[in-house]
Design a protein around this ligand. Structure first.
Ligand SMILES: Nc1nc2c(ncn2[C@@H]2O[C@H](COP(=O)(O)OP(=O)(O)OP(=O)(O)O)[C@@H](O)[C@H]2O)c(=O)[nH]1
Ligand SMILES: [Mg+2]
Length: 266
């Protein structure tokens, strides 16, 4: 039987019909809205949350006629609601035999473990705050390739956006970690355009990924270079946020997840 876009099975229709007859004592195919709500909670097997209650009540009330709903309306509302949730209580499809769906999480896990994870972090902030130093030390190791040079003591100021990729593994879990170091900003007299290259870089990665996704001949695994997280360095001014930080955070916030890091002046 079809209700809205959701198809109820015969077993589900039977459960709903049985529950409906509990309140439809006169057997005229109608019950009041409050009884219908009570039945919803009963067949779904859980107390309805405030939002759930409001949604179902709204749907029932839009169909009611003089405070009563028909069996068809009740079925429609239940079908609509079931399409948006997986907590079906007594309306679950009973199984005749074992299918093996409990192995699905294991299969997913095996696939993900084989494929590994990709995580791209970007550091952004004013010049000289220690972004490159953090990139070099963040994962308790010298992850930046620069630090592998024979004289790693002096980190030069970053002049261009630089991504360094590392394959790391911990207890069999593989992670492709990409750290993107960006040049510091705020040195110029006019800093209005200083976020442009960083935003361009972030958006370029989205565009690149989208192009790969919509390509006629697609790669089986599309390398993900999108920035998943941006660590934003806030200078230890001892005061509130500066204008430049607010503008930067607002602009970046539209494109990427930001973790603001406030530095201490010690
Ligand atoms: N005292 C102290 N000095 C630090 C710390 N982190 C970095 N520095 C020093 O600060 C200076 C600037 O560090 P960088 O890592 O180059 O700073 P940056 O943010 O990458 O600078 P730009 O590349 O110009 O944007 C270096 O001389 C570092 O040695 C820290 O935690 N404490
Ligand atoms: Mg730097």
């Amino acid at each position: 039987m079809s209700h809205s876009n959701f198809i109820l099975t015969q077993a589900q229709c039977d459960v709903l019909a049985k529950s409906f007859h509990k309140f439809d004592t006169e057997e005229n195919g109608k019950i009041d809205v409050m009884s219908a709500l009570q039945l919803c909670a009963e067949v779904l097997g859980h107390e309805l949350s405030t939002t759930e209650l409001a949604v179902i009540k709204g749907k029932l009330e839009s169909r009611e006629d003089e405070g009563v709903v028909t069996f068809a309306d009740y079925m429609d509302v239940m079908a609509e609601h079931m399409a948006t949730t997986t907590r079906w209580g007594f309306l679950k499809t009973p199984l005749q035999s074992h299918i093996g769906i409990e192995t699905l999480p294991d299969q997913l896990k095996r696939r993900i473990m084989r494929k590994g994870f990709e995580f791209n972090v970007m550091v952004v902030g004013e010049s000289g705050l220690g972004k490159s130093t953090l990139v070099n030390t963040i994962f308790k190791g010298q992850l930046s390739r620069q630090s592998c040079l024979p004289v790693p003591l002096q980190i030069p100021p970053t002049v261009q956006i630089n991504s360094v990729c590392h394959l790391i593994e911990e207890e069999g879990v593989k992670l492709k970690l990409t750290l993107t170091d960006t040049p510091g900003f705020g040195d110029q007299v006019n800093n209005t355009k200083c976020c442009k290259p960083i935003l361009e870089f972030i958006n370029d990665q989205y565009e690149h990924y989208l192009n790969e996704e919509v390509a006629v001949v697609r790669k089986s695994v599309i390398p993900d270079t999108r920035v998943h997280c941006c660590v934003y360095f806030l200078p230890p001014t001892g005061h509130c946020l500066r204008n430049i930080d607010i503008v930067f955070l607002k602009k970046l916030g539209n494109s990427v997840n930001i973790i603001p890091v406030s530095l201490l002046n010690v």
